[in-house]
Design a binder for this molecule. Structure first.
Ligand code: NAD
Length: 324
């Protein structure tokens, strides 16, 4: 049985689409006693706080307000969703540089006050910025988590579930590596009711269709762009995923989630990426080593290299010294 956690304070930095929706999902979850909202656009944070406050009679007791960095003191978790989305004509490296500049401002201010908490990053490119947050904060790696491929994994499970007409909660499979173009589907371990996909098809009298599976992965990987093309941003699913991570931390669940954290295994190091990770009150407590096949392993190594290249371009060691 899940135990109810002690009521805690959660800070949300950046109250745009993702930050505000995460605060809303958090309010509905009842997990937080206090939600403090910060944005460089103070008026926006105030408006979001007012709007959320007016939902209190219908939801859970909580205190929601627009604050300053000093109000992050005592926050169990600080969620960071500040920064921009990829703009037309901008590549991922430009985005990394732009949002890293914002993080050089935010992270030192957060850690001055939220000294014992966990940093939970949503801003893209999330693996690069999770690594940057680890460097800039000086926190131990388990206390710096990115949403990583939690969203991609959810999309993957959803699409497999749609294909086979099975509830996605009964579909198990992981997207690992970068949250982005180089992410890797772990087909060799994907299963329904513990049965691998080809065997599942065999037992159910279905044809296992490689091309359909490849299409499922393409749709998974490209889903963000497809949604942005239609409505300009994505936020409901990621916000729900963020609250799932918060819940796993506060309830000390030992849940296995594909969050991004400082890499372990397969000779990969000095980079943040996603593998199934035990999430509990310590944060990203332990990273599982999966028995990957050769194709998955080389995909993961390539994915790590792609994130590393973006990290190198940020010259974080120099900025870390400046921030210290
Ligand atoms: P948005 O433009 O709606 O919101 C960003 C907010 O950050 C704005 O309110 C802005 O004022 C604020 N901000 C900018 N600089 C700041 C600073 N120095 N201090 C405090 N606040 C600051 O963008 P969005 O749609 O909410 O997306 C936010 C980020 O989340 C983007 O990088 C986006 O790509 C990313 N995202 C990640 C995932 C994921 O799976 N990790 C999914 C969707 C979006």
């Amino acid at each position: 049985m899940r135990t109810n956690p002690e009521p805690v304070k959660i800070a949300v930095i950046g109250t745009g689409n993702v930050g505000a929706t995460t605060a809303y999902a958090l309010l509905l979850s009842g997990l937080a006693a206090e939600i403090v909202l910060l944005d460089v656009n103070r008026t926006k944070a105030e408006g979001e706080a007012m709007d959320l406050d007016h939902a209190l009679p219908f939801s859970h007791p909580a205190r929601v307000w627009a604050g300053d960095y000093a109000d992050c003191a005592g926050a169990a978790i600080t969620i960071i969703a500040a920064g921009t989305n990829q703009r037309p004509g901008e590549n991922r490296l430009d985005l990394a540089k732009h949002n890293a500049t914002i993080f050089r401002d935010i992270i030192p201010q957060v850690v001055r006050y939220a000294t014992d908490g966990i940093l939970l990053i949503a801003t893209d490119p999330v693996d690069v910025l999770t690594y940057a947050s680890w460097k800039l904060s000086g926190f131990p790696p388990n206390r710096v988590i990115g949403s990583g491929t939690i969203l991609d994994t959810a999309r993957f499970r959803y699409l497999i579930g749609q294909h086979f007409r099975i509830d996605p909660q009964s579909v198990h499979g992981y997207i690992i590596g970068e949250h982005g173009d180089s992410e890797v589907p772990v087909w060799s371990l994907a299963n329904i009711a513990g049965v691998g996909m080809p065997e599942f098809c065999q037992h159910e009298g279905l044809t296992y269709d490689d091309q359909a599976m490849e299409a499922i992965f393409r749709q998974t990987r490209d889903a963000g762009n497809e949604i942005i093309r239609r409505k300009g941003a994505t936020y409901y699913a990621v916000a729900t995923g963020m609250v799932r991570i918060v819940e796993a931390i506060l309830r000390d669940e030992n849940a296995l989630l594909t969050v991004s954290s400082l890499a372990a295994h397969y000779g990969i190091n000095e980079v943040c990426l996603s593998l199934p990770t035990k999430v509990n009150r310590n944060g990203a407590d332990h990273i599982l080593q999966l028995p990957l096949n050769q194709e998955e392993l080389s995909g993961l190594v390539k994915s790590a290299e792609s994130v590393k290249a973006a990290i190198r371009a940020l010259n974080l060691d120099a900025s870390h010294e400046t921030a210290a």
